[in-house]
Design a protein around this ligand. Sequence first.
Ligand code: CS2
Length: 496
Amino acid sequence: MTSPAIPDPHRLSAATLAALPPEVEVPGYDRAATRVGIVHFGAGSFHRAHQAAYVDALLASDPNWAICAVSLHSTGVRDALRPQDGLYTLALLDAQPRLRVIGAIAEVLCARDQGAAVMARLADPQVRLVTLTITEKGYCLSADGVDAAHPDIVRDLATPDVPVSAIGWLAEGLRLRRARGVAPFTVLSCDNLADNGGRLRSAVLDYTRRLDPALADWIAREVSFPRSMVDSITPATDDALRARVATALGVADAWPVQREPYTQWVVEDDFRHGRPALEQVGVVMSGDIAGYDRAKLRLLNAPHSALAYLGALLELETVAEAMRHPVLAGFVEQLMRRDIVPSLVLPDRFDPDAYVDAILQRFGNPAIRHLLLQIAWDGSQKLPVRLLDTIAEALAAGRSIERLCLPLAGWMHFVRRQARRGVALVDPLGDELAAIGRAATGDAAHDVPAFLRLPAVLAPLAADARFVDAMQQSYAALGDASPAAVSNALAAADPR
Ligand code: CS2
């Protein structure tokens, strides 16, 4: 990474690294000797707090896997990290917080205005792995391939050599490698989607088949898309963190990140052209990760979303606060133990009770200010992958879905409340949802069907009369969605 001509003595950078106080952990390897071996799409906080921290540990023994971090659209991370030579601080939040400077990111680019540099990295034979954290919506998925009506995909299919979507970048990078006789990179999705690798593979194949069937065949034969499960609670960066880091370091860091100390990364061991020795830095390499990703999505992410919407209606601010609310915390625990665990097919030797205990403890960590409104983002994308399979399986097994429907009804009331307050939703379907929210009357028979008509959100169950009934009952049970009404509904849904 090119440093500014005169390094800022008041800013974290390669030049100021050596003078940091000894209690701040710094990269223990020679950064100048590392080489970029990974291109990562989605340079946001989760990547920098999670995968980049593993890679930082790995670089101590193998210099070949430094990261070129790419933001697809926004220039913020690049502009913050460039003057810092890619360095940033990771705060591990616990009773005794720890600070660690991460050196794994050797280059940071914004694809929108540095397309040629991104493409050069994707075509570089030294790059053997492309990882992604682009959030659920970034995949532009349809039920079994790519959403060919998505504006970014429409655009990329028309001009595939100047892509804007992650799928378009992957396809163009792989096309170039094939044309140049370079072995393909492995594509590793690190987002919270069940079968993330499989779904990304289907989307890339569907996309390339529309452009170049021979390329699609080559990708199908030659490229692996391992599945992975990622887990670490990562609250968004705020000014309090920036101030804390600046005080501890003695220099400013424009974009530190923070997470809980707990972290897990399970990766399916399917790499055709070499891979980093991830198992040496705490990654679980596994033959079958489906059990892990199901357990995590259903037992951590689904309860998180339940806390987010129901907690927001209760006028609570953070997850830890929601876990201290006697009725909400009890409800969510019952949801996990009585409704979600029974539907799970678990990996061998996986103890669901211990897993639930650990998650409840993590949610309650008082050292973390994890805003419910952050988790509430993108509900139209998150809720289906977190809750719908559990509900479908409960219906098939003849179990009650009463408690499982309450978080969904909570989301609908939340959408309505934000519309009435004039607060914009962070959601790719924000406009459609705001229109439904504004037209909502509070009457379940009127409001619920409007949400169910949205394509691709609750659509897979929208024709099931048992689901529609249960949703209307849950929505009605939440009444006017005031804190008192929500508390009553949650207490009534808890049979203890
Ligand atoms: C959260 C996740 O924001 C959210 O939707 O549920 O980001 C969650 O914190 C992580 O998946 C934990 O690994």
